[in-house]
Design a protein around this ligand. Structure first.
Ligand code: UD1
Length: 321
């Protein structure tokens, strides 16, 4: 029975991946999470089917016995925020850079077959060209982008020097159910959802004409599993994990108002430090080599996400959650 280990498995993307892995015909699923940005409630419905190791990836000696012998390690644990990495560079570096090194080292020493690493589209920075293709020279604009890029380089080197089969996936602005809207560093779509349901105005940083390749979380989880199962020829490589489209924040807020049948003018604030202007993935390599096939259009993804937030809000007000 193969063992799948998900670091950050109690987080927003990690918990979706855990569910997708449990839907497969076989395999045991275990989670490593320090429950800092992840929450046990994200895995409440599958809690009895998974083992949760309450461990911090900064703790190398605790990681080693846990990762040993796993078939695949999905490394998603991170402090995932561009602005947070500017306000708290030390903590963010320790988790995203040092922690990632610890995970890869433990995986290599522990005989793990493959490691799938959650890299980030932020590595591209503000290069003018769209779409962003894997062969472009990275231009990181924030500590977060540097840390995530470092992990990619380590992933490639852990393959070439230590024989660990690694695949890096540059996630492009993932959204969907369970994205936590409660922090000032939360992803913009989780904040938009909360404002829409509360009928309050979101704040858009800048003119709202910046664009993102918003990617639905189940599509990303599906691609992680494809990366784990792809032939060994993908080892040591990095792929974009996006949809290949882009929407401005103004377009998304308009779409959400239409879906909900309301009109709420957003507030506009100053542009955010470290922000990238436009982002959109070239998906050809991921399609050709990993079999990437995103299923959700932005309309479908936004509707599913909104319904989840609506239910979660009802449960919270009824004291269920
Ligand atoms: C970046 C990465 C993404 C990564 C994420 C981790 C890029 C292109 N993307 O996302 O791959 O997974 O970091 O956190 O670098 N905004 C508002 N109002 C708000 C909040 C945000 O207008 O209340 C704006 C931001 O200024 C930004 C956009 O929304 O222009 C998206 O922000 P956010 O959701 O934080 O993600 P990125 O920083 O783009």
């Amino acid at each position: 029975m193969p063992k799948f280990m998900v670091t950050g498995g109690a987080g927003f993307i990690g918990s979706t991946l855990v569910r997708s892995l449990l839907d497969q015909p076989n395999g045991e699923v275990e989670i490593v999470d320090n429950l800092l940005t992840g929450h046990e409630k994200n895995i409440a419905d599958v809690r009895k089917r998974v083992m949760l190791h309450h461990v911090d990836i900064r703790d190398a000696s605790a990681l080693r016995p846990i990762l040993k012998g796993a078939d695949v390690v999905f490394h998603l644990a991170a402090i995932p925020s561009v602005p947070r990495s500017i306000h708290e560079p030390q903590a963010s570096h320790e988790v995203n850079a040092d922690g990632t090194f610890n995970v890869m080292r433990a995986a290599a020493d522990g005989g793990v077959r493959r490691l799938v690493y959650a890299a980030s589209s932020s590595a591209y920075g503000d290069s003018e060209t769209l779409p962003k293709i894997e062969t472009m020279i990275p231009r990181p604009k924030s500590p977060y982008a540097v840390q995530k890029l470092l992990g990619e380089h380590y992933a490639a080197v852990f393959h070439s020097c230590f024989g660990l089969e690694t695949v890096s996936l540059r996630f492009f602005n993932v959204y969907g159910p369970r994205q936590d809207p409660s922090s000032p560093y939360s992803g913009v779509l989780s904040l938009f959802m909360r404002h829409l349901l509360a009928r309050t105005a979101p704040t858009i940083f800048g003119d709202g004409e910046q664009s993102r390749d918003f990617t639905y979380v189940e599509d990303v989880a599906g691609l992680c599993i494809k990366a784990a199962n792809a032939p060994s020829s993908v080892a040591g490589k990095m792929f974009n994990a996006g949809n290949g489209g882009r929407f401005t924040l103004n377009q998304i807020w308009s779409l959400l108002q239409k879906v909900e049948g309301v009109e709420i003018a957003p507030k506009f604030g100053p542009p955010r430090e470290g922000d990238v202007r436009h982002s959109m993935a070239d998906t050809q390599a991921a399609v050709a080599e990993l079999g990437h096939a995103p299923k959700f259009t932005i309309e479908e993804g936004l509707k599913k996400t909104l319904e989840w937030y609506r239910m979660a809000e009802i449960q919270t007000t009824q004291g269920v959650a």
